[in-house]
Design a protein around this ligand. Structure first.
Ligand code: HAM
Length: 421
């Protein structure tokens, strides 16, 4: 019979990896609290038109990567390929515009893109996403970037590269696009097929083509920063001043453009070393026109998303220690199977006191049970031996020091009692 496998581009997160996920989730949770973000949960699928309009029909995401289906009512739906469009939809739909600005929201969950799978690139992956909506001030751009900064420093990452750029606004971008098109048109015969196709529709994307033939042309292309209107140039300068004043290292990368159409002014990415070609651990920027594109009033916004699988890969690659999870405090063993009813009771009482406790099943020898306790990483084993039987007592063995003492059940439970989280 056919053996089932997880679908291409998806992965199982096995128990051994869970401690890294838990560490990341705890850091994210406290980051959101420190920076004053409130949690927003969104549906996993939305109307296809939301992403077509929000992310842009000329993007790879909308053109090639969406999981789109027609539901039984005949409506076209899409598994979310990102959070931002959905967040703005929810902001407009739920009247959040009447709240004090900026409205700060965070979301967490699975994202779906039909991409070519490789290390660090999946078809189902997980994003942590933050958005700050309703404020133009470049101090907010700084705040968003410093949240990314703090995230990586709390995770104890080393060797990160912060890349920033400004791609202008509807006032200055058209002029820049014309210059960009003219530059690439004059080298059209040297461009790869993809770039030739994108040249008229989305010339910005030519700047981050990875093909060896296109890279030198992209390097020589006009730079967005040289075509910014006064407002965009001032905005970018102020942001850089904030970053400098807090000594946050960054690189201005004139070729940094992002794969989504809604961006205006500030864009940024953070790259991690050593996790392979898919090294962007987070990406984001401003999207001052998105709410209008989605039928709302003019509403500026800025945010970023980080890919959790890549954060976990970086933790593992950089061998950053994380707290162990799932180790029981106490393994309850019995020397003789006739003590089993007492062992069952003791394990139950320990758990009721909040103590992670594991019970030795199956009437095996004490030696086998101690071996299992060791394999499970139990800190202590409580043994009901011949002498303890019927006396509500146990021999408690410290598994690292291999020393043993007799304790009453009451003392054992008091010693290992844990307050619930
Ligand atoms: P994005 O750059 O497309 O931006 O994705 C953000 C992050 O998600 C990436 O930096 C990466 O860590 C992770 N990621 C993206 N694609 C994959 C994949 N196929 N497999 C694994 N991880 C992946 C956005 O999605 C924007 N909505 C971010 C944003 C929020 N901009 C403003 N606000």
């Amino acid at each position: 019979m056919k053996k089932f496998q997880s679908p291409k581009g998806t992965r199982d997160v096995l128990p051994a990896e869970q401690k890294y996920w838990r560490q990341v989730e705890q850091v994210l949770d406290s980051l959101a609290r420190i920076f004053g973000y409130e949690r927003l949960d969104l549906p996993v699928f939305e109307s296809t038109a939301l992403f077509q309009r929000g992310v842009g029909t000329g993007t790879d995401i909308v053109e090639k990567e969406m999981y789109t289906f027609t539901d039984k009512g005949g409506d076209s739906m899409t598994l979310r390929p990102e959070f931002t469009a959905g967040v703005i939809r929810a902001y407009l739909e739920n009247g959040m515009a009447s709240r004090p600005k900026p409205v700060k929201l965070w979301s967490y969950g699975p994202i779906f893109r039909y991409e070519r799978p490789q290390a660090g690139r999946y078809r189902q992956f997980t994003q942590f996403n933050i958005e700050a909506i309703g404020e133009m001030d470049p101090a907010l751009d700084f705040e968003i970037m410093s949240a990314a900064w703090q995230l990586f420093s709390d995770l104890k990452f080393r060797n990160l590269c912060f890349q920033i750029n400004s791609i202008g606004c509807p006032a200055c971008r058209p002029g820049y696009m014309e210059q960009l098109k003219a530059h690439f048109r004059s080298h059209e015969k040297d461009l790869c097929g993809d770039c030739r196709n994108r040249l008229e529709k989305n010339p910005l994307r030519l700047l981050d083509c990875k093909k060896e033939t296109c890279k030198p042309l992209a390097d020589r292309a006009p730079r967005a920063a040289d075509f910014l209107c006064k407002e965009c140039a001032d905005h970018f300068e102020t942001l850089k001043r904030y970053l400098d004043s807090m000594a946050m290292p960054y690189t201005v990368n004139p070729r940094l453009v992002r794969g989504l159409d809604y961006y205006t002014k500030t864009v940024f990415e953070v790259w991690a070393e050593g996790i392979g070609a898919q090294n962007a651990v987070c990406g984001g920027g401003r999207y001052d026109g998105l709410a209008e594109i989605l039928g709302g009033p003019p509403t500026p916004g800025i945010g970023f998303a980080a890919g959790i699988e890549r954060l976990v890969m970086t933790l593992m690659h950089q061998q950053i220690p994380v707290p162990e999870t799932g180790r029981p405090d106490v393994y309850v063993a019995c020397q003789d199977p006739k003590a089993m009813p007492e062992a069952v009771r003791l394990a139950t009482l320990l758990r009721q006191a909040g103590t992670p406790a594991v019970l030795g099943f199956g009437g095996r020898s004490l030696k086998a049970q101690l071996r299992e306790a060791d394999n499970r990483g139990a800190r202590f084993t409580a043994i009901i031996g011949e002498e303890e039987l019927g006396k509500q007592a146990v021999q408690v063995r410290d598994m690292t020091k291999a020393v043993q003492e007799q304790l009453s059940w009451t003392d054992l439970i008091t010693r290992f009692r844990r307050p619930r989280d």
